[in-house]
Design a protein around this ligand. Structure first.
Ligand code: XMP
Length: 520
């Protein structure tokens, strides 16, 4: 006889979303208010797939996005997120040009073929090259040498870029063209990495392969270390999130910018986003505290008209009407969350906002109807919250979880022997002064006093994003294993919920022990 997979005794207690949430419609529920019931499973956590589709041309390998906050996501964080299969949204508390170059940094990070390698000229001195390395903080010291029309003259090896040779000219120290290994661009074929991998195997001790055109002009560089990293990635379970040209993917946030007359500054928004698109941005997030507004809707419409294929995220909302409105304006993915964030005070200051699981349920049903996706933004403190959020959404957006990582902007500070990093709400007074006021509908230098909707805080330093994500992914996979869900669509379809009492909440955390170690 087959093992029992379902029992009708369970049904009145453990209910699917469409029964559970309407039955609890008198109360706003958040992560700790509910728990998920286990289900018959043939799925091992390690075999679960975490790929997610946010828009037609925006796919992630893990459903995690780092917040567009000035203490969370700049290029370093976005690179780390994409390398792990997720996405970083570069914040907009910086001049537009700087945000464009932050996106460029992500897009130009290791992608195999470096199309515009840093070059030096034969006339420069080694001392000049050393100064450039110091000034630009390059982590490498070998450079192709080209003449004034870009023709390859040789290779300046890192072995000779030393202070003792500072007075020598590059032309006196370089390895001449005849001894430099090159490949013709047209010989690279469809898979330049595989071709370069073969080359490095056949050429013992060579670490750099220069790509030239038929006039011997330099048009690229491939390094052994990049090839090895990419080859390893291809075998990994969670691959980096890359575009079709093998560049890491990257998002950028913008606001509904207004001009001096208080009108939406469409020209400036289009120029700004045009610059980001030119650098290869993969998704734009129109990111504000209140997305169900004319300003956000008009911004989304302007961007949708100008960039028909560009994936657009918009928010934040907590109602079905908000989701429908932004979807009708042209958004592909909608951020859900008003006031759940760890640094948010919106609910206390404005008395507004909906506990996150109820908001996600309501929004997810509108999103399914409109064929858009939902991003659960804020309030996540542990992997179990992510599993719960993913039963109703396509990905989560986290700030606090990543703010203590090495890759978050800002320095580590030591207080009483413990290490911390600064983390502040984008609606905190300091962040609004630095540029994010528009997100909360205020002026940067307001004539009248405004009430901040976020706090300035500290997060304990927690190491690398790789380490933090490894823990979170392990937790998500574990949750999926308990629910017998092989992928995220199955997780959404299979989830069964029950409310938790305050005693049940206490029971869920370690209790009645003297804790020696938390996690690892
Ligand atoms: P977590 O909980 O991950 O939340 O730290 C990050 C999310 O919080 C939102 N956010 C704010 N919300 N006041 C708010 O009410 C603020 O000052 C603020 N700053 C960020 C934002 O959605 C972010 O992703």
């Amino acid at each position: 006889m087959a093992a029992t997979r379902n029992s009708s005794f369970d049904n009145p207690f453990y209910q699917p979303a469409d029964k559970f949430f309407p039955a609890n419609n008198k109360i706003g529920l958040t992560f700790d208010d509910i728990t998920l019931a286990t289900l018959y499973s043939e799925i091992l956590p390690r075999d679960t797939q975490l790929d997610t589709r946010l828009a037609d041309n925006l796919h992630l390998h893990i459903p995690a996005i780092s917040s567009d906050m000035d203490t969370v996501t700049e290029s370093r964080m976005a690179i780390a997120m994409a390398l792990n299969g997720g996405l970083g949204l570069i914040h907009y508390n910086m001049p537009e040009r700087q945000q464009i170059s932050e996106v460029s940094r992500v897009k130009n990070h290791v992608h195999g073929l470096i199309q515009e390698p840093i070059k030096v000229s034969p006339e420069q001195f080694i001392g000049d090259v050393l100064a450039i390395i110091e000034q630009k903080k390059f982590a490498f010291g070998t450079f192709p040498v080209v003449d004034e029309i870009g023709k390859l003259v040789g290779l300046l090896s890192g072995h000779v870029v030393k202070p003792r040779y500072a007075k020598l000219k590059v032309s006196e120290a370089l390895t001449p063209r005849s001894q430099v290994h090159t490949i013709m661009q047209k010989e690279l074929g469809k898979d330049p990495i595989a071709r370069a991998d073969k080359f490095f195997t056949e050429h013992l001790g060579i670490h750099k392969l220069l790509v030239v055109d038929d006039k011997d002009k330099l048009c690229g560089l491939i390094t052994l270390s990049d090839v090895e990293r990419i080859t390893l990635e291809r075998a990994a379970q969670f691959k980096p999130a890359r575009d079709e040209n093998f560049h890491l993917i990257c998002g950028a946030a913008v606001s509904a910018t207004r001009n001096a007359f208080g009108e939406l500054d469409k020209k400036r928004i289009l120029e700004h986003v045009g610059g980001l698109v030119e650098r290869g941005v993969d998704v734009i997030a129109v990111s504000t505290a209140h997305g169900h507004t004319k300003g956000v809707g008009d911004t989304v419409k302007v961007l949708r008209d100008a960039f028909p294929k560009l994936p657009l995220i918009a928010g934040n909302v907590t109602s079905a009407a908000g989701v429908e409105f932004l979807a009708d304006c042209g958004a592909d993915a909608i951020k859900v969350g008003q006031g759940p964030g760890s640094i948010c005070t919106t609910r206390m200051v404005a008395g507004v906002g909906i506990p996150q699981m109820t908001a996600l349920y309501v929004c997810s049903r509108a999103a399914a109807k409109k064929k858009v996706t939902i991003l659960a933004d804020g309030g996540i403190t542990k992997s179990g919250d992510i599993v719960k959020a993913l039963t109703l959404s396509q990905a989560v957006i986290c700030g606090g979880i990543f703010a203590g990582c090495n890759e978050a902007p800002g320095d580590v500070v030591e207080i009483s022997g413990k290490l911390y990093k600064q983390y502040r709400g984008m609606g905190s007074y300091a962040a609004m002064k630095a540029g994010s006021a528009a997100r909360y509908g205020h002026d940067k230098n307001p004539a009248q006093k405004v009430a901040p909707e976020g706090v300035e805080a500290l997060k304990e330093a927690c190491g690398s994003v790789d380490r933090v994500l490894a823990q979170l992914i392990g937790g998500i996979q574990s949750g999926m294993g308990y629910l017998g869900a092989a992928n995220l669509a199955q997780l959404r379809a299979k989830a069964r919920y029950i409310r938790v009492s305050p005693a049940g909440m206490r029971e869920a955390a370690p209790h009645d022990v003297v804790e020696l170690k938390t996690g690892n």
